[in-house]
Design a protein around this ligand. Structure first.
Ligand code: PEP
Ligand code: MN
Length: 368
């Protein structure tokens, strides 16, 4: 074999490779430019007709030695690669994304830290604020068990318009008074963007409920008007992406203190009120840097599931748990079936492994 000839031809191949690389790179830049123009004009970057025309032209002028099929698959691979590069370059950087910020966001509610390496917190209190007496009793009791975050709805999102809708501003006043008296922070749901000033005045954490999870006007208003922490529930049938995008509304308007809360999604299963999507908790933590909580009351909708769902949530990495407690659930004006009374709450704390740690009461999760 004439070694020198082979070396010479190999040199030629190396040169051609470089030329191909230059040409391919140049082609990719032009394709990217077209893609950006199409994206800003709101047109799709994929045009199958155009692709077919280009392939036809190439096959028609193909000088060989490749056959038509090979030319088509080679160029299809080039088209595909250019499209992918364009897509990657166009992908917006979301503020909620771990790709934008890798370290965990820790949301501070007063001196309570939620997220990161902090152990999980407990949010407890009645479904609805029904009376001063009911709230004072519950607040005193849960505070005595170490709860730092007290929940109670003053504006209730009810399916039936004739059922109890909440005490409104009066309810916010009661919740505030109870939290101040017993040294807790107040979490309550905002249902209407027009109430934002009231919520800024009375509450420490603004809850955005499942039904308003995609109320974009309210998300924007809350994001613009306050940096107080927001507890954002997942919508009844929201995909994880939709839930995260709702958080994006808050962050993009200037409020970085968002806590996501998985509260179960609607499925075909009637044994539970909703289906707790534990994988969503893990995924939300992987995809975003925000703290993620689990609402065990509304997800299962059953008292007998509160302990196992809490354990599942903590095992998969939840940064907190929300549970509803009422002095007498049988006469509660909402969610009678799933709120726990004081004795049941004590059993729940014992069975889930919630105990005193460095004077702060939090969940002990080392058992998992
Ligand atoms: C609530 O927590 O009071 C509530 C109404 O929950 P959700 O929005 O998850 O149904
Ligand atoms: Mn409820």
């Amino acid at each position: 074999m004439p070694e020198s000839k082979i070396t010479e031809l190999r040199g030629e191949i190396d040169k051609l490779n470089l030329e191909l690389l230059q040409t391919l790179s140049k082609r990719a830049s032009v394709a990217k430019e077209i893609g950006s123009l199409q994206t800003s004009a709101g047109v799709s970057t994929y045009d199958p007709m155009r692709e077919q025309e280009m392939l036809n032209a190439l096959v028609a002028t193909n000088p060989g030695p490749f056959d038509a099929g090979t030319i088509k698959s080679l160029f299809k691979a080039i088209f595909q690669a250019s499209m992918e590069t364009g897509k990657k370059a166009d992908k917006p950087k979301f503020l909620t994304s771990r790709a934008t910020k890798n370290e965990d966001t820790v949301v501070m509610v007063g001196d309570v830290a939620i997220g990161g390496k902090h152990s999980p917190v407990l949010v407890a209190g009645p479904c609805a604020i029904e009376s001063k007496e009911q709230v004072m009793m519950t607040a005193e009791f849960v505070a005595s068990r170490g709860v730092k975050l007290f929940r109670g709805g003053a504006y209730k999102p009810r399916t039936d318009p004739y059922s109890f809708q909440g005490l409104g501003e009066k309810g916010l006043q009661i919740g505030r008074e109870a939290c101040d008296k017993y040294g807790m922070k107040f979490v309550a749901e905002i249902m209407d963007a027009r109430d934002i000033d009231l919520f800024i005045e009375y509450v420490d954490v603004l809850q955005i409920g499942a039904r308003n999870s995609q109320n974009f006007t309210m998300l924007r208003t809350v994001g613009q008007k306050t940096t107080k922490p927001v507890l954002l529930k997942r919508g009844l049938s929201s995909k994880i992406e939709e839930w995260v995008m709702s958080a994006e509304y808050l962050l993009s308007e200037g409020n970085p203190n968002v806590i996501l809360c998985e509260r179960g999604i609607r499925t075909y299963e009637p044994y539970t009120r909703n289906t707790l999507d534990v994988s969503a908790v893990a995924l939300a933590k992987l995809e975003t840097h925000l703290p993620v909580m689990v609402d065990v009351t509304h997800s299962g909708g059953r008292r007998d599931l509160l302990v196992p769902l809490t354990k599942a949530g903590l095992a998969i990495g939840a940064d907190g748990i929300m549970i509803e407690v009422h002095p007498n659930p049988a006469v509660a004006l909402s969610d009678q079936k799933q709120q726990v009374d004081f004795e049941e709450f004590d059993n729940y704390l014992k069975d889930t492994g919630y105990h005193s740690k460095l004077s702060e009461k939090r969940f002990e999760v080392y058992g998992f």
